[in-house]
Design a protein around this ligand. Sequence first.
Ligand code: SF4
Ligand code: SF4
Length: 129
Amino acid sequence: MNPRKSRVRVVRKGRLVDEPIACRNCARPLCRDACPKDAILINDGNVIVDQELCIGCGACVKACPFGAMTLHPDTGLAINCDLCGECVEACPVGELRIVSPDEIAGDIRWHSLDRLAVNLEDRIMGKEF
Ligand code: SF4
Ligand code: SF4
């Protein structure tokens, strides 16, 4: 298994935090705007690279603000996460999942409530004073 061929990259921040980086399937993708060959398409909300049209120039790699586009080490052509789900199945510790924007919003709401609960608890317990 070669991590450089992965469409999802993990960035290590310090010793404790590993952050997965994957394509956000932007509604107005900067990678697509930068492509001189019109090789980047949106198919049913997924941003995909047409491997037949790609020439491996790397313009999309530079344009993506998230570092989510890379060039495949063997083919030299652009690749991004295409939501195939293979990495989800391969992850030995089950840390990956595919979620919809609605599910992400739901998670954010829960985290907001958690923070609110901690703040309220701090106030009630007088930790602020
Ligand atoms: S590769 Fe980057 S710019 Fe292109 S759709 Fe994915 S996240 Fe957006
Ligand atoms: S590497 Fe391929 S997909 Fe990316 S900008 Fe160049 S031609 Fe387009």
